[in-house]
Design a protein around this ligand. Structure first.
Ligand SMILES: CC(C)(COP(=O)(O)OP(=O)(O)OC[C@H]1O[C@@H](n2cnc3c(N)ncnc32)[C@H](O)[C@@H]1OP(=O)(O)O)[C@@H](O)C(=O)NCCC(=O)NCCS
Length: 188
């Protein structure tokens, strides 16, 4: 489910907002994300109209990691909750399997935290199927903590049930830490 492992190399990327100029590259990227990873992705990332709508979305933040050749190799979204959860944002990250274990996911997740701060959110969450061990390790590594386990919450395309882990990060505390120790130390 986590894709083929590749040795850690220096992948140089720029993280840019997903605007109309990057739509084609983003579509090509999502088409490369393996079926196994897409199964547990809440949105239909193969729907061209959905991706086009993202480029004009002002409520949420969606960014992509772009390599030197202009290819999208990763994606991060911070989706603002609604009504009584409008102070909470949900983070989603995915990296092209060929560029994994090279720091792209961590850079995107940290950028997601920064976007959460800029959106004035109080709390960020990430929902991960328990089998997504790489994602759990990555988010715990940047300060997210396990908050809830929902049994049999996710049904995959084969009808199999999976437990869903909810990890959370108190953005307020990051602000306070940043003021005290600086950005890099605050984001671990
Ligand atoms: C989770 C994911 C985004 C990580 O991307 P990545 O670019 O490989 O991550 P990084 O190279 O920045 O690794 C960051 C840390 O995550 C952890 N990690 C990443 N891949 C791992 C793996 N296969 N096994 C164990 N830990 C792993 C490690 O702690 C790693 O730090 P280290 O390399 O210093 O040990 C990527 O595996 C992915 O796209 N998975 C499918 C989608 C998904 O599960 N998204 C999360 C739900 S929103």
């Amino acid at each position: 489910m986590n894709g083929p492992e590749v040795p850690r190399t220096d992948v140089k990327v720029k993280i840019r907002p997903l605007g109309p100029d990057l739509l084609e590259a983003a579509r090509a990227f999502f088409a490369r994300v393996p079926e196994g990873d897409r199964t547990f992705f809440k949105e239909d990332v193969l729907d061209p109209l959905a991706i086009e709508a993202w480029a004009h979305d002002t409520k949420d933040r969606r960014l992509v990691a772009v390599d030197d050749a202009g290819a999208v190799v990763g994606y991060v979204a911070v989706i603002r909750g609604v009504a009584w959860s409008s102070h909470v944002g949900e983070v989603r990250v995915v990296v092209n399997p060929a560029q994994r274990r090279a720091g792209v996911g961590r850079a995107l997740a940290r950028r997601g935290l920064m976007e959460g701060l800029a959106m004035d959110l109080h709390k960020l969450t990430v929902e991960v199927v328990v089998e997504q061990t790489a994602a759990i390790a990555m988010f715990e590594d940047i300060g997210f903590e396990r908050e809830a386990l929902l049994i049999d919450q996710v049904q995959d395309r084969n009808g199999e049930l999976h437990d869903l882990l909810l990890l959370a990060h108190a953005v307020d505390e990051t602000w306070e830490l940043m003021a005290a120790v600086g950005l890099d130390d605050a984001l671990i």
